[in-house]
Structure formats: C-alpha cells, structure tokens
Design a protein around this ligand. Structure first.
Ligand code: SAH
Length: 248
C-alpha cells in the first residue's frame, strides 16, 4: 500500500507509523508513504494557503486553487489512488470500512485539512471520501489520517505476524457490520494481587475455552456497547437465521 499525505506539516509523519508493527512492515517494504506539503503549491511570495471566508465569520479557509494543485500533484504520482478527506462531515470510520479500503485500494491520498475549513469547491470537484473519526473537532486532519492509516495497515497481508493475527479482534465478527467486542485476556503470573486467572483458561479444554470466550464477548458487548449488541443481534446468518441471542 502506498499512502500520500497532503499536509501543511510533513514533519508530523510517519509518527506512530514509523514504530512497532507498522514500522517493521515499512522496513519490509509492505507499505510506503510520502508527504506533499500543500504550501509548496502556493504561488504568491508569502506562500499563502488560506484566506478569509466569504460571508465573514471566524477562522480561515484553505484556498481551492492551492489545495487543487497539491491534489493534482498527488494524483500524478498515484493516478488510481482513493482520495480521503478526514472530516467531521464524514461517516464514522469503522473496521468494515477499514478492511474494505485496505483490500480494494493499492494507494490512498489523505487531504489533511487545517484552519476552519477547506474551500467547499474542492469537495464538490474531487468528491473525496469524507471520513470522520468521531464526533469531536480536531485541530487538523493529520491525527485522523494517521489513525485511519494505522487501522488500514493491519489489513495488509504480512503486516501482522501470525502471533498478531486479527480474526478475533473486536468488531471483526460479522462480515459487513460491527461485530462483538473481544473477550478479556490474561497472561502470567496466574495470580496477581489476589486476582486469579479464570479457571477455564488453564483447563487445556479448547472447546470450553472457545465457548467461554464467545460468552464473554457477548456479555461485554451487551453491557458496554448496547447499540453494537443490538446491531449484532439483527445480523442474518448465511442460513437466513437471526442470531439466536437476539431474542435475549
Ligand atoms: N470547522 C470545521 C472543523 C475544522 S477542524 C467544522 O466545524 O466542521 C480542521 C480539520 O481537522 C478538518 O478539515 C479535518 O481535516 C480535521 N478534523 C477535525 N475533526 C475531525 C474528525 N472528527 N474526524 C476527522 N477529521 C477531523
């Protein structure tokens, strides 16, 4: 996967993506990235990238002409890339969307906004995929682009080693919709601070362990994320049945 970050702060990258699993995958050539400084596409002597909003009001707006030249430069490098604009206007980013993007696009371009907004004509003209990482306002799109990238990289073949494989991960159960939260984990020592590990996990009985984990996932999801649980209960299985727990 090739990622281009369009940003006013190229020095913010690769940040988290240069470390741990993502950093190792980068060294192995499983993904790469480049940054394009939007300011390099300003043409006036002050390298102005923003201006006051038509109609008045607070904040500055990123100029359409400058941003467009930066986007065009990114598409020249990666003509088939999916353009993504992190934005509070987008739909909430999900594990399903992350998986879809990572497995259907070999390259993505992130347009990281700053200031009050990007001139709306950029959105109309390029029709980026607008993606929100939650109902709160950040100072810029960089952290969102990093979060989305980090999530997508986990779906690239070879990025996660066998030990880190993600079949059981929260949200992964259920194909096109949010699944269950993951069951709890424990490691040595067997007793810590008076708390012991659930007996079933040391039983060696894999059927019992699987059943316990499933049960825990269901209970935790119902308790902590009732809306996810409700959605999960309405999944129609391949056999045309609703999840039997739905009637609980
Ligand atoms: N005035 C805008 C917010 C601008 S914040 C509004 O009220 O909707 C500046 C930039 O931060 C945005 O262009 C976007 O790239 C990024 N951003 C802010 N909040 C975000 C969120 N929840 N998800 C994704 N990107 C976000």
């Amino acid at each position: 996967m090739h990622i281009i970050f369009l940003t006013l702060y190229p020095e913010m990258f690769p940040a988290t993506l240069g470390h741990g699993v993502a950093g190792r995958a980068f060294q192995q050539g499983l993904w790469n990235y480049e940054t394009i400084n939007i300011r390099d596409y300003a043409t006036d002597k002050h390298q102005k990238v923003d201006d006051t909003p038509y109609g008045g009001g607070a904040g500055m707006v990123m100029k359409a002409d400058v941003v467009a030249r930066a986007i065009d430069a990114a598409f020249e490098r990666s003509p088939k890339a999916q353009l993504i604009c992190p934005s509070p206007h987008g739909r909430h980013f999900t594990q399903a969307q992350s998986h879809h993007l990572a497995t259907t696009h070999a390259s993505v371009i992130f347009l990281c906004g700053r200031f009050e907004a990007i001139d709306q004509r950029i959105i109309e003209h390029y029709q980026p995929l607008e993606v929100s990482i939650g109902d709160y306002i950040l100072l810029g799109g960089e952290v969102a682009a990093l979060a989305i990238s980090e999530s997508m990289l986990r779906h690239i073949s070879g990025v996660l080693g066998n030990a880190e494989t993600h079949d059981d991960e929260s949200f992964m159960i259920g194909k096109d919709c949010a699944g269950l939260l993951e069951y709890p984990h424990y490691t040595k020592p067997p007793i810590w601070n008076g708390y012991s590990v659930p007996e079933v996990l040391t039983s060696g009985n894999h059927q019992r362990i699987d059943a316990w984990r499933r049960e825990q996932s269901e209970q935790i999801t119902a308790r902590k994320r009732p809306e996810l649980w409700k959605e999960y209960c309405n999944i129609i299985t391949p056999e045309g049945q609703k999840n039997p727990k739905g009637s609980d």
